[in-house]
Design a protein around this ligand. Structure first.
Ligand code: SF4
Ligand code: SF4
Length: 354
């Protein structure tokens, strides 16, 4: 078996070979950032994302303490995949064409990011197990589903700091990053946490249209457009609809305005290359999309998570916010839709336009 430092080197080399821009090792000790997690959950800031509230048999929040949730784990390997592409930012194009909406940057490609990150993570896991040369070693790979707050682990692995917009930011790569983690029973050499480089900047907080960044480093998901357009089922609260602007799936604003993303490099990974029709898409196309087209267009895509009726609900609200009265016939059709939420959202939009 190689020594800890040598295995760490194998892990980082394997991560690079697998296509990850960044990789590092975090210890399993509970970080001070996690102390806020139970309060954040108790205050209801996770909205309907019940998976964040998963508890162990003693009723403890799994994500609040890796030491409790995976007592066998000794180190956390964190890998980050850059998904940025060369397309402009929402803050650059959204003002230009009111007939078009916005799908978040991470969802423009052919494949859901879970399916892109996991096989690469498995390559790193295999190299690590091979370097350990022991069948006794325990490893577990996770993309979003682990008993861990990935961005906290990423900070302590040296991937980047947690910005005031709550995203992980790397000084060279920016914040367009998917994270994957491998918990391991091996004690590996760990990195140093990345220093916070937000300084006195507050651009993300000022730019957030729904005031979801309730304080630096703190988000109320219930107000975040990404949550509202992707995770929230049923009607979107009236008071948040205007702030959604023309976002139909996710929101990139607090990352678009971040100075650390000004020179973010573009990825060459084929699965993340943007499908042109999803960048700044036509609102009427989304609002009128048939079940068959939705299924064909978004097969394997993260957009499927919103479901067709969720996307049409969002498109109706976006049209209401567009000021484009030419879309009234589209809204009138949606207002008679059999889905009550779609119909009510369209009725709201008609009222807004007229
Ligand atoms: S994703 Fe959009 S709505 Fe959510 S915090 Fe960032 S700017 Fe605000
Ligand atoms: S916009 Fe400014 S405050 Fe917000 S995350 Fe970026 S650097 Fe930090």
């Amino acid at each position: 078996m190689l020594r800890s430092a040598a295995i760490t080197a194998v892990v980082t080399q394997a991560a690079t070979k697998a296509g990850f821009e960044l990789a590092g090792i975090a210890p399993v000790e509970d970080a001070p950032e996690l102390e806020y997690f139970p309060r954040w959950i108790a205050d209801g800031h996770a909205g309907e994302m019940k998976y964040l509230e998963a508890r162990d048999e003693q009723g403890r929040l799994k994500r609040a303490s890796l030491a409790h949730a995976a007592p066998w784990a000794r180190s956390v390997v964190v890998c980050a995949l850059n998904y940025n592409t060369a397309q402009p930012y929402s803050t650059e194009v959204q003002k230009k064409d009111a007939e078009r909406g916005w799908i978040s940057r991470y969802a423009w490609g052919q494949q859901d990011y879970h399916d892109a990150v996991m096989p690469r993570l498995r390559q790193v896991e295999a190299a690590m197990r091979n370097a350990c040369g022991s069948d006794e070693v325990v490893t577990r790979c996770y993309v979003d589903t682990g008993p861990i707050v990935e961005r906290v682990a990423a900070k302590y692995a040296g991937i980047g700091w947690i910005g005031k917009n709550t995203c992980i930011i790397n000084q060279k790569v920016g914040s367009w990053l998917f994270l994957g983690v491998i918990l391991t029973s091996i004690e590996l050499e760990t990195g140093l946490p990345a220093p916070d480089r937000c300084g006195s900047c507050t651009r993300c907080i000022e730019a957030c249209p729904t005031d979801a960044l309730i304080a630096p480093y703190q988000m109320d998901s219930n107000k975040c457009i990404a949550y509202l357009t992707i995770e929230k089922r049923g009607a979107i609260p009236d008071e948040l609809r205007a702030g959604m602007g023309r976002h139909v799936f996710g929101c990139d604003i607090c990352q678009d305005v971040c100075p650390w993303n000004r020179r973010a490099p573009a990825t060459e990974i084929a699965e993340f290359q943007a499908r042109p029709e999803l960048v700044n898409p036509a609102l009427d196309w989304l609002a009128e999309m048939s079940a068959e087209e939705f299924s064909r267009k978004f097969r394997g895509s993260p957009v499927k998570r919103a479901k067709r009726n969720g996307l049409r609900r969002n498109a109706a609200i976006a049209i209401g916010n567009s000021g484009e009265r030419k879309f009234l016939p589209v809204l009138e059709k949606l207002a008679a839709d059999e889905d009550e939420v779609v119909a009510e959202s369209a009725a709201w939009a008609i009222q807004k336009l007229t």
